[in-house]
Design a protein around this ligand. Sequence first.
Ligand code: IPE
Ligand code: IPE
Ligand code: MG
Ligand code: MG
Ligand code: MG
Length: 290
Amino acid sequence: MKKNLIRIAKDTNFFLKKFIKKQKRTELISAMEYGLFSGGKKIRSKILLDIGRIFKIEYKTLIVIGAAVECIHAYSLIHDDLPCMDDDKLRRGKPSTHIKFGVSTAVLAGNSLLTMAFEILTSSDLKTKEKNKVNLVKKLSESAGHLGIAGGQYLDLSFEKKKISKNKIIDMEIKKTGKLFSFCCVAPAIIKNKNNKDIKIFENIGANIGLLFQIADDLIDFKGSSKVAGKITGKDKKKGKATLISLLGYQNAIKYSYKIKFKIINDLSKYGSKTSNLNETLDYILKRNK
Ligand code: IPE
Ligand code: IPE
Ligand code: MG
Ligand code: MG
Ligand code: MG
């Protein structure tokens, strides 16, 4: 699994570096590259590859789509760390982008990474029909906007220091984290022209994988070490974040995560042994400590 992730990270970063190199150099590029290449597990790309395998899609195609996803992910982390958001000074064991480059540069580098995702999907580097590209752009923009990351981040901040119900916390976590995972699960189905019913099934699987991922992230914040995680832990409690841990307690949040994992595996069961890679990724998501 680790080796696999390293290979994906290497191939994705290679593509992104080449893509950026083809563009005219600007003053923002250093901050963009810092947000993109300062580590990062590339777990969303791994999910995309796992699902892509079920649909027999070419590796290179999936790496290009994954690169677009990683741009959006990197942007969301740069903005998530800003003083007006979570106000975090450490990311991936290094100073956050705004600490290194200043707040205004971090905001603009984040914006540029967000739009670069769509430059990638509409570029000639992605070898698929124009119609598929339009559908990919549509889904990815939905997952980043007010129904996805931005909307979820809004809820995350507005829930601070309040008692929030389980359903509302789950809705917030699916938006801020789950929707991008949904895109990763749906993109292969879009390329293979699957019908709406299949798209819905994979959208739902992705949302649950994202929820699982966010619960694991919250567990790391609760009990993990800052040194290993590369970010300051114990902050959710300090900030009064509404999480399933703050609502249900540590043990019950773990129990709930196993329930979600079981649900995902059950939803995938009709795809047989082709899902073995994905099952391995789910185990990694739950057991990780960074
Ligand atoms: C952290 O994401 C933010 C969340 C959505 C929980 P990752 O844990 O995937 O971050 P990197 O890219 O590996 O640093
Ligand atoms: C971030 O959630 C979700 C995003 C969409 C960026 P967190 O705020 O918990 O992520 P970390 O712990 O800072 O990485
Ligand atoms: Mg946050
Ligand atoms: Mg944060
Ligand atoms: Mg967190």
